[in-house]
Ligand binder design. Structure first.
Ligand SMILES: [Zn+2]
Length: 211
């Protein structure tokens, strides 16, 4: 065990590979968990390619159909896509030392079950001339005392923007009504686009709760 390598946040057993250099450098996990979660990466890779190849039609229609991107085993692939973003958001929270309980993130990844509190907003970021192609935002966090109530983070692969939204159960905020959070157990196949609204999108207070 290398003394300087951090312990993998998913399995809490093995250390992170020292020379790991992926496209998202903050994804610091061990090779065992990397292998376990490979299928999630693959499903996102396929969906991401489908989105970019069909983006003009998708933005005209305002939605896309996951069964077009995944002709077979659509429901499983949809879960994999959510788990890919559970992995990157969990890694980002771990790297930034944001105090969200990562145990449900790790257990979702290791059991291949969706995280109940993580949803995705898909939006059109457009392609302005000369602007950066891929980008990830800071995590926007809402705390009540020490407790993190929500964490919102954007991953942009122009023109496709994915906002990954962790909302703790019972959090006093919600996604605005003009947006369409997607979760694989709630909307199986059709994913509606949300308005882009820049880097991060402020959550709004729930009317039934007061902060
Ligand atoms: Zn691990």
């Amino acid at each position: 065990m290398h003394p300087h390598s951090p312990v993998c946040w998913i399995c809490n057993l093995r250390t992170v590979d020292a020379d790991r250099a992926g496209p998202l450098p903050f994804v610091q996990i061990c090779s065992g968990c990397e292998a376990t979660t490979q299928g999630y990466d693959e499903s996102w890779r396929l969906l991401s390619r489908y989105l970019r190849d069909n983006w003009r039609d998708i933005t005209t229609r305002g939605s896309f159909d996951l069964s077009k991107a995944f002709a077979v085993a659509t429901v499983g692939a949809a879960v994999n896509v959510q788990l890919f973003f559970v992995k990157v958001l969990g890694s980002k929270l771990a790297a930034d030392r944001i105090a969200v309980d990562l145990a449900p993130f790790a257990s979702a990844l290791l059991t291949a079950k969706p995280h109940p509190d993580v949803s995705l907003l898909v939006a059109d970021a457009g392609v302005p001339q000369g602007k950066l192609y891929s980008y990830d935002s800071d995590v926007s966090v809402l705390r009540a005392g020490e407790e993190v109530q929500s964490a919102l983070w954007m991953y942009l692969l122009r023109p496709v923007a994915i906002k990954i939204c962790y909302l703790k159960a019972g959090a006093p905020v919600r996604v605005p009504t003009d947006s369409h959070p997607w979760h694989p157990t709630r909307q199986r196949k059709i994913v509606k686009l949300s308005p882009y609204k820049g880097d991060t999108q402020p959550l709004v207070a729930r009317r039934d709760l007061r902060i």
